[in-house]
Ligand binder design. Structure first.
Ligand code: NAG
Ligand code: NAG
Length: 282
C-alpha cells in the first residue's frame, strides 16, 4: 500500500474521468488510459478493508511501458493528491521483497510480479531530475493485475482518483546514489523490517517521459528524496544484501563487490534484464 495524507485543493476535474462498467456480478471501474491504448481499471477485492486490484489491459498492438498516477478521494474531497504508484515506500518494498529496481531494456511483466518483485525504475523529467516509481511493461493484449491496499481513512473507504497512465521510453541503465527519508519512506510502512541505509547505491533502468504532463509533484511522497546519477566514479564499499536483511561486510563480500563493480563499469548500458543486487554504502 502506498498512500500518504497529503491534501491538495484541485479536485473536480479528474473525477469526471471515472465511470463504472458493471455486469451485475463484479464491477470494474475505469481509471485512465494511456496515449497508446493501455486501459487501467480497478475492482474492489475487499472493499471494507480498502483493498483493490488494478487491472492493466494493453489494448494496443505494441509493447507499452508506463506509470500509473492515482490519488484518493475521501467523502467527495481529494485526500491524497495523485502520485505515481510506487513512489511511496519503495525503500521498504526493496527490503520486504515487494519491489526491485530492474536494469536493461523493459521486459513484459510476469505473473509473479503481481504479488512481489514489481519492477521499479528511474523516471527522468529533465537532465538533473530523476524519480522512482513502479514501471509496468505489457505486451500487446496482455492483462496484468496488482493489488493495492490502504484505501481506508477514519473507517471509511477511499475512492481512487485517477489522474493518468503515462507512456515511458527506455533510455539506458545507469548507477544512482539514492538518499531518502528512512522514517517516512520505510519505517512508516513497517517499523519492524530492516530498511536500506540512506544513501544507498543502485543500478536502474532510466526512462524518459515523452509527455510533459508528467511533473515532479506526481512523485510527492519522495519530495525529500534525492536520486543522483553516479556512473562508476564511486569506490565506496558495499555488500550484496538479501532482500530481507542487510548483511554485514566481510572480506569475501569486499572481494565480490570489487568484482561486481568492475563488471558494472564496463557495462553501464546493460543489454539484459535481471534482478539488481542492492549496493550498500557504509
Ligand atoms: C463480470 O465481469 C467480470 C470482470 O469484469 C468477469 O470476471 C465476470 O465473469 C463477469 N460476469 C458475468 C456474469 O459476465
Ligand atoms: C481488455 O481489452 C480488450 C480490448 O478492448 C477487451 O476485449 C477485454 O475485455 C479487456 N479485458 C479486461 C480484463 O479488461
Amino acid at each position: 500500500m502506498a498512500l500518504k495524507l497529503i491534501i491538495f485543493l484541485f479536485t473536480l476535474h479528474y473525477v469526471v474521468l471515472c465511470f463504472a462498467l458493471s455486469n451485475g456480478t463484479s464491477t470494474s471501474y475505469f481509471c485512465a488510459s494511456s496515449s497508446s491504448g493501455v486501459v487501467v481499471s480497478y475492482e474492489w477485492v475487499e472493499k471494507d478493508k480498502g483493498i483493490l486490484s488494478w487491472v492493466m489491459n494493453n489494448t494496443a498492438n505494441t509493447v507499452s511501458t508506463f506509470i500509473l498516477v492515482r490519488g484518493a478521494i475521501y467523502q467527495d474531497t481529494e485526500l491524497i493528491g495523485p502520485y505515481a504508484f510506487g513512489a511511496a515506500y519503495y525503500p521498504a518494498y526493496i527490503y520486504n521483497g515487494l519491489a526491485q529496481y530492474f536494469q536493461g531494456p523493459p521486459v513484459t511483466l510476469q505473473e509473479y510480479q503481481s504479488s512481489g518483485a514489481t519492477p521499479l525504475g528511474m523516471v527522468q523529467l529533465d537532465s538533473q531530475q530523476f524519480w522512482t516509481s513502479f514501471v509496468f511493461t505489457l505486451s500487446p493484449g496482455q492483462i496484468f493485475r496488482i493489488e493495492e491496499a490502504g484505501y481506508l481513512y477514519n473507517g471509511d473507504v477511499l475512492i481512487p482518483e485517477c489522474q493518468g497512465v503515462y507512456e515511458l521510453s527506455y533510455q539506458g541503465t545507469f548507477n544512482f546514489q539514492i538518499s531518502y527519508s528512512i522514517a517516512e519512506q520505510c519505517q512508516a510502512f513497517d517499523d519492524v523490517q530492516p530498511c536500506p541505509p540512506s544513501p544507498f547505491s543502485m543500478g536502474s533502468a532510466v526512462y524518459s517521459v515523452p509527455s510533459s504532463s508528467v511533473v515532479s509533484s506526481m512523485f510527492l511522497p519522495s519530495l525529500d528524496d534525492r536520486f543522483q546519477m553516479t556512473f562508476c566514479t564511486s569506490d565506496a564499499l558495499f555488500s550484496l544484501a538479501s532482500r530481507r536483511k542487510a548483511i554485514p561486510k566481510s572480506t569475501d563480500q569486499r572481494e565480490s563487490s570489487a568484482l561486481y563493480r568492475k563488471e558494472k563499469c564496463r557495462t553501464s548500458h546493460l543489454g539484459s534484464y535481471h534482478r539488481n543486487p542492492i549496493l550498500l554504502i557504509r
